[in-house]
Design a protein around this ligand. Structure first.
Ligand SMILES: Cc1cc2nc3c(=O)[nH]c(=O)nc-3n(C[C@H](O)[C@H](O)[C@H](O)COP(=O)(O)OP(=O)(O)OC[C@H]3O[C@@H](n4cnc5c(N)ncnc54)[C@H](O)[C@@H]3O)c2cc1C
Length: 391
């Protein structure tokens, strides 16, 4: 088999890259360990930045999102017994976020790729990649019991945080890892319930952080800060609802409860791998970086990376111009580190740290008051939350 760009991973990064390349007339093959059903049913992220929705609309995969997604023009910060709204739209020059679940984005991209004759191999196993420093790299994998070999010009490592492609870059000589582990995690639930709030609520409380989010009119996503070693089995439904109410109720929010159908503990870490390229390999999305979910940046960064990579590959195939490919890491990392900063900032402003003193808690409240009462503070949050323009 032969293609121009071999893409490892059919998440947001891999599928969007394949879609963008196709629109330029560049061939790709996407492979993934998971089945199509698994990819289309796993509920993960749900907040799309303005740039992500603009790109989906501009490239013809935004119809269902426009119909079923919810455009949010604001978010709420709950602290000191009150809810303070930040008007994202006013404070970002007319930008907003759209709540539309990641697995629905993936359904849209898969449907479009297949309708366009795209080649996606689901449910493969045993991926290996060779020849990255030559001009004919190969990806090999097992599909339907047979080992297959895919020869390509470039390999896109879009294989998420469980990546194998990142480790093809020798550590130390080529690759440097920047890593931060946080001393807490998020306990996340999915519940069959109506939304508790028209817009998301990020709550600071003496008991720790909580987030009231949504995925659809009938499915709600709620999180609260917990110890990383928390066992979901120790948390019956009643205890979960009581804990969430204790964290946001004091600010005046009423939580609508319902049947909890998923519980899990989401570990908190920040990670960046530099560089994001090696020979003919280009990393994109979670394969190269992870952010804590507080800023809702993971999916959006994956899309922003491949937006840059698509243009760089386009310049190569149109004019054999390698300038944008050579500059890929440098271009992408600017946004990645801005998102790392924003995610870390939101995390540190809203969470309770074990060693926090009275001074730290009062400083957090003062910071939240600055953000909600100062137009400059609100603008900083709104511009970053709705997302920097795509490069
Ligand atoms: C529970 C949860 C909630 C989240 N909430 C948010 C949120 O609210 N906002 C936000 O922005 N982000 C959120 N995220 C993060 C967001 O989902 C990720 O940042 C996003 O999925 C990254 O996309 P990706 O394409 O880089 O990687 P992924 O979506 O992880 O896709 C990688 C794909 O590669 C495949 N793969 C892995 N290894 C191989 C291999 N060896 N061979 C072939 N295929 C392989 C995997 O099966 C997978 O399908 C959340 C994540 C989780 C887990």
């Amino acid at each position: 088999m032969r293609t121009q760009v071999g893409i490892v991973g059919a998440g947001p990064a891999g599928l969007m890259l394949s879609h963008l390349l196709h629109q330029r007339g560049i061939d790709s093959v996407v492979i993934d360990l998971k089945t199509r059903e698994d990819i289309e049913e796993t509920i993960k992220a749900g907040v799309l930045e303005q740039g992500t929705t603009d790109l989906m609309n501009a490239t013809g995969v935004g119809d269902r999102m426009r119909r079923d997604g919810f455009v949010h023009h604001g978010i709420n910060l709950a602290f000191s017994g009150a809810i303070h709204r930040i008007d994202l739209y006013e404070n970002s020059g007319g930008r907003a976020v759209t709540v539309y679940p990641q697995h629905e984005v993936l359904k849209d991209l898969i449907a479009r790729r297949l309708a366009d004759g795209g080649d996606i191999r689901f449910g493969i196993s045993d991926t290996t990649v060779d020849g990255l420093t030559g001009d004919r790299p190969t990806i090999s994998f097992v599909a339907e019991g047979q080992r297959q070999q895919l020869e390509c010009d470039f390999v896109a490592g879009c294989d998420g945080s469980q990546t194998c492609t990142r480790f093809l870059m020798p550590e130390g000589t080529i690759r440097t890892d920047f890593f931060r582990q946080y001393p807490f995690a998020w306990f996340g639930i999915l519940a069959e319930a109506p939304p508790s709030s028209d817009e998301l609520i990020y709550a600071h409380s003496d008991r720790g952080f909580a987030l009231i989010s949504t995925r659809s009119p009938s499915v709600q996503r709620l999180y609260f800060q917990c110890d990383p070693a928390t066992d979901p089995a120790d948390w019956p439904d009643d205890r979960i609802w009581e804990e969430i109410a204790a964290r946001v109720g004091t600010a005046g929010a009423t939580i609508k409860t319902g049947k909890i159908f998923a519980k899990g503990v989401l570990q908190f870490r920040s990670y960046v791998c530099e560089p994001m390229q090696y020979g003919r390999l280009f990393l994109a999305g979670d394969a190269a970086h992870t952010v804590p979910p507080t800023g809702a940046k993971g999916l959006n960064l994956a899309i922003a990376d491949v937006h840059v990579l698509d243009r760089a590959l386009g310049a190569y195939y149109e004019a054999r111009d390698t300038g944008l490919l050579e500059a890929y890491t440098q271009t992408v990392l600017k946004r990645v580190w801005r998102a790392q900063h924003f995610s870390w900032w939101m995390t540190s402003m809203l969470h309770r740290f074990a060693e926090a003193t009275g001074f730290d808690l009062r400083r957090q409240i003062a910071e939240l008051e600055t953000i909600t009462s100062s137009p400059s503070g609100s603008r900083l949050l709104a511009e970053n939350y709705t997302g920097l323009p795509l490069t």
